[in-house]
Design a protein. Structure first.
Length: 123
């Protein structure tokens, strides 16, 4: 009888711990959602918007930023930001997207390696 009571107590303890754990998870989820929506509504940078980013190297990017009615193309390095040019909205929409930059190579490693071997000097 003592073993049976101990088993039930352990089971109910486990259920209690599980209930507290689920409660904490739900409260954490709801709090995170509330904070995110609050920050989104009370954002102070309503005049700046990041339109597009192109990664050049691990520490260098080219970005298009909307500042009010104007679009700026900026280069961002490790410790520097440099203005490249200014664009109008018409210029921004006229930039063609080349189909070649959007294509994905389906070439395998063997084909790439064979192509590179042809360019290596023969000994």
């Amino acid at each position: 009888m003592v073993v049976l009571t101990s088993t039930f107590e352990s089971f109910f303890q486990m259920l209690g711990v599980l209930a507290v754990f689920v409660f904490v998870l739900v409260i954490t989820y709801l709090t995170t959602r509330w904070i995110a929506s609050y920050q989104k509504e009370h954002s102070f940078n309503r005049n700046l918007e990041l339109v597009e980013t192109l990664k050049i190297t691990p520490n260098k990017y080219v970005q298009i930023v909307r500042a009010g009615e104007e679009y700026l193309v900026i280069a961002i390095g490790k410790d520097e930001v440099q203005l490249l040019t200014r664009l109008t909205e018409e210029q921004l929409t006229e930039i063609p997207v080349s189909s070649q930059s959007m294509s994905v190579s389906t070439e395998g490693f063997k084909e790439i390696f064979e192509r590179l071997k042809k360019h290596l000097p023969k000994k």
